[in-house]
Design a protein around this ligand. Sequence first.
Ligand code: ZN
Length: 349
Amino acid sequence: MGRRSYVKAAAVCAVGILTASGCGGGGQEGGSGDRLSVVTGVYPLQWLASQVGGDHVDVENLAGPGTDPHELELAPRQIGSVGNADVAFYIGGLQPAVDDAVSSQGGDNALDVADLVELRTLEENAGSSGHDHSEGEGGHDHGHEESGGSADESGHEEGHDGGHEESGGEGGHDHGEFDPHMWLDTERFTAAAEGLADRLSEIDPDHASDYAANAESVTGTLGDIDTEYSEGLAECDSRDIVVSHSAFGYLAHRYDLHQISPTGVDSHAEPTPARLAEVAETVREHDIGTVFTEPLSDSSAAETIASETGAKTAVLDPVEGVAEKSPGDDYPSIMRANLTTLTEALGCS
Ligand SMILES: [Zn+2]
């Protein structure tokens, strides 16, 4: 349990001793009545932890509302709370500040989503071959030949044959080659929910059945969203999504869309003018009518592309946070709003 809980319990017991006392032991593991503490650095994990933990868990998101989690920096107090939490629930590689805090704090309480689900690389997500929903694949599941499709610093040897050329490679490689935006894949997100439920049950076995039931409920919600996406995006005039940073690779892969991004996985990478021009050219060639911006991070690249090509803009939210002005939104409502945006922009019937 969290330090704050200990303090509270101690105070209550100090008084209680005078009267009667059910204050045995103070620090009983998983003591019922006390809430576990989970600390996260990004909204989707905050949402997931709240759902799975229910009434038994207090969840702290280190990134405040309305902030872009990619640029998260931690105050000393927050680094301390990473160490003190019962579970530090994070996605290794998404936020260097959180990765550093976990390792500097010892990491015994760490639960890295990258250890629960297999993350895909940008390259794998860029090859939107779709229809591969297997976990644990060995990496040779892509029928597409990767001709000139490699990302990374190797330049842009893309052809313009409508192949899967976009790598979003330049600029943002400080997060490694894995795409951390796994919450946009409902199946992987489900696996993360189950992994968290298992961890909470180990720490707090008295409530294991609650955690399991909560995880099952989340699974149902995510399954519903997945079905809505599969159906909603089955027949579309276009499958190209031009976005402002490469956050949608999992979603694109899962529903056979084609993500085109001027930057990499880091929302703060500056696209090069050459790359912007390339994306604009693709927009013209493919007659793409809508370019997607984001609510929280800088979308000037997408706006530039739109204004140069005459495309419209629409907001496609990578669910990296919830804006302060829309506190009623949550993961399911944002995902469903995104689906509406996509079906309208892509001409899905
Ligand atoms: Zn992102």
